[in-house]
Design a protein around this ligand. Structure first.
Ligand code: ZN
Length: 263
């Protein structure tokens, strides 16, 4: 059993063959998925997919890079989506992204979006799926001063080991995806090797960031197996044991039922 804690099944890449792709992944032991939105439309689509498959859950949110879409209506739109389905178990992906945006004015908008969505998560007692890029200190300061009831996951973590430990102290988990398998991903491997397994979860971020040996191609739901296999070799632990620990970590974050084979 593997829980993919961050996947965009709502991507156009999968429109034509979603059922086949999910079946392929399930046959390889990938039992659960969190389908993540990044704006209102993709969040709606995430819910549609989650409502269709009992092993898929949805996350709704506005990613910081979509700050142009953020307006007075955004939070109430997200709130309607949360109330529209029991399968919404998370808010995200939300956070701060200074890689693409260097202007102070835009950083301020991103911080405002982030804080409003944390407040929304607290209102509905939901955890966060965090997208943080080149902004770890600012994101940390916000998460430290505005306690989120349910904490959450730092998706596609790209910060330092030191910073990861600080987020973990606040109660957050660190997600590893395809990047971990890249030859040149020294920091990611270093962070992964030095954290307690109770603080780790896995993700694909598919259709992006395919793991080795599929790097550069469209990422598929089943490829998470490659990442977990690679990770188990790095840590010198059995694949099954690593699946079990990280699966339970994921279940505990999203407060969802354990997987039962209903087919
Ligand atoms: Zn994503």
């Amino acid at each position: 059993m593997i829980f993919d804690t961050h996947i965009h099944l709502n991507s156009e890449e999968y429109t034509d063959n979603l059922i086949d792709l999910l079946n392929n992944a399930k046959n390889k032991g990938v039992t659960n998925f969190l389908c993540v939105g990044y704006d209102i439309e993709s969040s709606k689509k995430a819910i549609e997919i989650a409502d269709q498959f009992d092993f898929v859950y949805a996350s709704v949110g506005l990613i910081p890079t979509e700050w142009k879409q953020y307006n007075d209506q955004s939070i109430s739109d997200l709130e309607k989506l949360i109330l529209s389905s029991k399968k919404v178990v998370c808010i995200g992906e939300i956070g701060l992204d200074y890689y693409w945006e260097k202007e102070e004015k835009i950083k301020t908008i991103q911080k405002d979006m982030f804080i409003k969505q944390i407040e929304l998560a607290n209102k509905y007692n939901l955890p966060l799926s965090l997208h943080i890029r080149d902004a770890h200190q600012d994101a940390y300061n916000i998460l430290k001063s505005r306690i989120c009831n349910q904490k959450g996951i730092l998706h596609c973590y790209s910060g330092s080991l030191e910073m990861a430990r600080e987020f973990i102290k606040l109660g957050y988990k660190i997600a590893f995806g395809g990047v971990l398998t890249f030859k040149n991903a020294k920091t990611s491997k270093d962070v992964f090797l030095n954290l307690d397994l109770k603080d780790i979860v896995f993700e694909t971020d598919a259709p992006y960031l395919s793991p080795t040996p599929f790097r550069g191609k469209i990422n598929l739901p089943e490829y998470i197996v490659e990442t977990v296999k690679y990770a188990s070799e790095l840590r010198n632990i059995s694949f099954e044991e690593l699946c079990k620990i990280t699966y339970m970590n994921s279940i505990n974050i999203f407060h969802v039922k354990t997987y039962e084979n209903k087919d």
